[in-house]
Write a protein that binds this ligand. Sequence first.
Ligand code: GAR
Length: 207
Amino acid sequence: MKNIVILISGRGSNMQAIVDARIPGARIAAVVSNRPDAAGLAWATERGVETAVLDHKGFDSREAFDVALAQTIDRYAPDLVVLAGFMRILTPGFTAHYSGRLINIHPSLLPAFPGLHTHQRAINEGCLIAGCTVHLVTAELDHGPTLAQGVVRVLPGDTENTLAARVLTLEHVLYPRVVSWFADGRIRIAADGSANLEAVAVAERLL
Ligand code: GAR
């Protein structure tokens, strides 16, 4: 059984999709938020999932927060740490500590559009496709080896909101699937931090 810790900052719909997927071999050990008012916390508590809050506002530096965050996470002995709308830039010390077992979902086809406002930027650039990327987290924001991508068409008349909604639906399919690949050992991380590509091929067939 693999212990999974999910980090959120808000709504937590990706966290909900992962919990609801009831992935064989994966135990959601805890949901951790940096914001006490994150809506996803109440949802997790209602379903009997353990939660923890570590408010970043109580720390003088990013480094101090990340050290305390790692201590909180490590109480649950995670095999995998899942960033699900966790809107904090992480320090190199934190990403190194979880090297090979820290994943993120980002609402664009990375390396296009790292950062914020991804959907509006895709529309502004005239992209015909958009999507989401699940990747291993490294020290560089929204970078790291790609594990899977999901693709949607950008439709005529799409707004930031309509495109975001379609991509989010896909996120809710893709992210639990990648977590399940970790749980059943299909994704393996090499000593140099690279991931085997078997999982990406599976994503291309399924999506
Ligand atoms: C999701 O769309 C996720 O891809 C994005 O935040 C949203 C969180 O929604 N993450 C990022 O932009 C990370 N760079 P959720 O809280 O409902 O899962």
